[in-house]
Structure formats: structure tokens, C-alpha cells
Design a protein around this ligand. Structure first.
Ligand SMILES: Cc1cc2nc3c(=O)[nH]c(=O)nc-3n(C[C@H](O)[C@H](O)[C@H](O)COP(=O)(O)OP(=O)(O)OC[C@H]3O[C@@H](n4cnc5c(N)ncnc54)[C@H](O)[C@@H]3O)c2cc1C
Length: 255
């Protein structure tokens, strides 16, 4: 079974975010998107069960190589890095087209059975990429999986949407997005880190993918920090809290 797992390098979730020219400033304390660890774990454990291979794929600047290294340490066999200055400012549509072209390139030595992604990135958080990528590849999408099963011919997922738990299946090839409920990502040990150093990382540009026009259809016009929230009003109950709450709501036209 041939599996591609998509991973993204993102700024540390704890760090303060700054924007410049409508873009998130990157490269200070970036690392593998936490939710993509679940994607890598799902891909590697499926490959282990089905004697498969895993290729980790990212589109991003040079620093995004760190995310690929982490995926290799977790057990991916090789990696592809799409690196091209023309991709700065790529939107979801462009990202999906580029990743789809890279997956086609991976397919030059055999068809891909599974494309696995995380459920969202911690920087853009659109959760749109998995569906957009499935459309670009003309694959069925089984998204937001909390459980994944695959018998080598069909993939089956369990997911919870609102009050309902759904079980879905699709024949391979298929795209899966997994949630943080899907598994417990492994922590690479010394041996796996050492092994990862010898695994190949192929860097490709747009020309290698046969793409030239990658202008995004959307543009960030402005990006300004949200103003700090005003402190709330605390009503301490000294016997008249109900009246004071009612007066507070009346004062705002809510009662
Ligand atoms: C107008 C515009 C300009 C933008 N400019 C920039 C920019 O300059 N630089 C920038 O980095 N982002 C930029 N973005 C954001 C970028 O388009 C998104 O990061 C990208 O479309 C993926 O969306 P997402 O991060 O919300 O992924 P989601 O849909 O939330 O992610 C789901 C999963 O998709 C996979 N995935 C997502 N992105 C990648 C990737 N790049 N490589 C491999 N797998 C991936 C991961 O498995 C992830 O868990 C811009 C967005 C817009 C709308």
C-alpha cells in the first residue's frame, strides 16, 4: 500500500503571532502542525499493517523541511518538499493544486492508495484543504476520522458530527483526514531519529510539477490584531444580585 501524508510547518501555537503585509510572520519557533502528528501516526501504522510505504509531503518555505524531518523520524520512508518563491501567498485553491501535482509526481513509480491529512492547521485553520485536495485528485474524501480501518481494498472511518456518530467507507484510492481522537502519535526515539537521517527528501519546484500560473484567487486586504476584550462586570451576590443582574441586562436593552 502506497500512502502520502500531507504535513505543514506552522508557528508554535503558544507563541505570539505577528502579521506583516497581511501575512503571518514565520520561521521563529515553527514546527510540525500538532494535528498532523495524528495524520503521520495514522499513515505509518496503516503502512506497518499492510507492508506499505509512506511519503511525507509538504508545500512551504525552506524551514518546512523540519516538519518533514519530524514525519521521517515518526516512520515515513521518504519525503517531498515543494519549495518555490512563487508560492508565497498561496491560498487554499493553489495549495490543493500544488499538492495534487506533487502527489501525481509521487505516482510516477506506482499509484497512491491513500492520501492522509490532518483535520486542520493551527495557523490558518480552514479545514478546507482536505476536501479541496480530494477534488483536485478526483478522490473520495473520508474526513474528520476519529477511527480508521483499512483492509487494503476499502477504507472505513468513524466520525462524530454533532450528536451523531457516522461510519463511512470508500474503496481505495481515497483521501482521509484524521482528528486528534484517531490515535496517540508515537514519540520518536534515538534509533528512529538516527534512521530518519538516511531517508531521502526530494525538493521540487513548480517547473518540476508542470505548473506555472499559481496566482491565488483570494487576497488578504488587511490583517489587524483583534482589540483586547474589555473586562467583564462581576456581580457579587450580597442578597440583591438578581435585581442587579436584571438592571444590567435592562441597561443593555436585553431585558
Ligand atoms: C489570500 C491568502 C494568502 C495566504 N498566504 C499565505 C502565505 O503567504 N503563506 C502561508 O503559509 N499560508 C498562506 N495562506 C494560508 C494557506 O493558503 C493555507 O495554509 C493553505 O491553503 C492550507 O489551508 P490551511 O492551513 O487552513 O489547512 P487546513 O485545511 O486547516 O489543513 C488540513 C490539513 O491539510 C494539510 N495541509 C495544509 N496545508 C498544507 C501544506 N502547505 N503542505 C502540506 N499539507 C498541508 C495538513 O495535513 C493539514 O492538517 C494564505 C491564505 C490566503 C487565503
Amino acid at each position: 500500500m502506497k500512502i502520502v501524508v500531507c504535513v505543514k510547518q506552522v508557528p508554535d501555537i503558544q507563541s505570539e503571532r505577528t502579521m506583516e503585509d497581511g501575512r503571518l510572520v514565520r520561521g521563529r519557533d515553527d514546527g510540525l502542525n500538532e494535528l498532523d502528528e495524528n495524520a503521520v501516526e495514522a499513515a505509518v501504522s496503516l503502512a506497518e499493517r499492510h507492508s506499505g510505504t509512506v511519503t511525507a509531503l509538504t508545500m512551504g518555505p525552506a524551514e518546512a523541511g523540519d516538519a518533514l524531518r519530524r514525519a521521517l523520524q515518526m516512520g515515513a520512508d521518504d519525503a517531498v518538499h515543494v519549495l518555490d518563491d512563487a508560492l508565497a501567498g498561496a491560498d487554499v485553491g493553489v495549495t490543493a493544486r500544488v499538492l495534487a501535482a506533487a502527489i501525481r509526481l509521487v505516482e510516477s513509480d506506482g499509484p497512491v492508495d491513500l492520501v492522509v491529512t490532518g483535520m486542520a492547521t493551527m495557523d490558518s485553520l480552514t479545514s478546507m484543504l482536505p476536501d479541496a485536495l480530494a477534488v483536485a485528485l478526483a478522490l473520495p474524501a473520508l474526513t474528520l476520522a476519529a477511527e480508521v480501518e483499512c483492509d487494503g481494498a476499502t477504507a472505513r472511518i468513524t466520525r462524530t458530527i454533532g450528536e451523531h456518530t457516522e461510519v463511512l467507507s470508500a474503496p481505495l484510492p481515497v483521501l482521509l483526514s484524521v482528528t486528534d481522537q484517531a490515535n496517540e502519535p508515537r514519540i520518536p526515539n534515538f534509533a528512529s531519529m538516527k534512521a530518519a537521517r538516511g531517508r531521502p527528501v526530494r525538493t521540487v519546484g513548480l517547473a518540476d510539477l508542470g505548473l506555472d500560473d499559481v496566482r491565488p484567487a483570494t487576497a488578504v486586504l488587511t490583517a489587524t490584531p483583534r482589540p483586547p476584550r474589555a473586562p467583564g462586570t462581576i456581580v457579587t451576590d450580597t442578597g440583591d444580585a438578581g435585581e442587579r443582574l436584571a438592571a444590567f441586562l435592562r441597561g443593555r436593552g436585553l431585558a
